[in-house]
Design a protein around this ligand. Structure first.
Ligand SMILES: [Fe+2]
Ligand SMILES: [Fe+2]
Length: 212
């Protein structure tokens, strides 16, 4: 018998990782599980929200999806596609959760979180903060860090220091626990590249929570 989260995960699979970000859905889900265990929150809201949050990218064309990485795109161009992936994500999540007869009390909060997960300038609830932290922790993970080094041709040291600089900002992470996990992840990344090892060779102490 599959759990409800497994059913949501499977229904969302065809829509995942469409922005050249293989592993994003699984890695962020893993961080959400870790954060719920360490910092609390309602799994009934947080897990479906993190699983479904970026499914909307699948409804944009390849050109639209890559606007956010284009050096010539304006801020308005970038915002337009960000809003669209959020709107499309809400539609996909509503359909998937509706098909599974997921309780409305949780569905409405999940859709609210997805609707502005990339564009809100403040945190609206503990559940929402945990979802957005799990999403951001991607950049610190072995897979996400490696993807950015490759995509932007960053020196690992440069990316490491850039990310360290983002952690203290009050609007970056919601939870102090997320700041700690981010620092642990970065320490692991640094040990890897300082030793000339491939990214992902060393597990941060926060790792090992992936269920998918
Ligand atoms: Fe997103
Ligand atoms: Fe995301």
């Amino acid at each position: 018998m599959k759990t409800t989260y497994e059913q949501i995960w499977e229904a969302a699979l065809p829509f995942q990782d469409k922005r050249d970000d293989a592993g994003h859905a699984a890695v962020t889900y893993g961080f959400a599980q870790k954060l719920v265990s360490l910092a609390g929150g309602e799994p009934q809201v947080i897990f479906p929200a993190i699983i479904l949050h970026d499914t909307g990218w699948s409804r944009l064309t390849r050109e639209e999806r890559f606007v956010i990485f284009s050096p010539t795109a304006t801020r308005d161009d970038e915002l337009a596609v960000r809003y669209r992936h959020q709107e499309e994500g809400v539609a996909i999540a509503r359909k998937i959760l509706g098909d599974l007869a997921y309780p409305e009390e949780w569905t409405s909060e999940i859709l609210e979180i997805i609707s502005q997960h990339d564009t809100r300038d403040h945190f609206i609830s503990h559940n929402e903060g945990i979802v957005r932290d799990a999403d951001k922790l991607w950049r610190f993970s072995d897979v996400g860090f490696g993807a950015d080094v490759e995509r932007f041709e960053y020196e690992p040291d440069f990316l490491h220091d850039k990310l360290v600089g983002q952690i203290p900002s009050p609007m970056f992470f919601y939870s102090p626990t997320s700041r700690e996990l981010a620092l642990e992840e970065l320490a692991a990344r640094k040990r890897e590249y300082a030793a000339g090892m491939p990214v992902g060779t060393i597990e941060a102490s926060s790792a090992g929570v992936m269920s998918k």
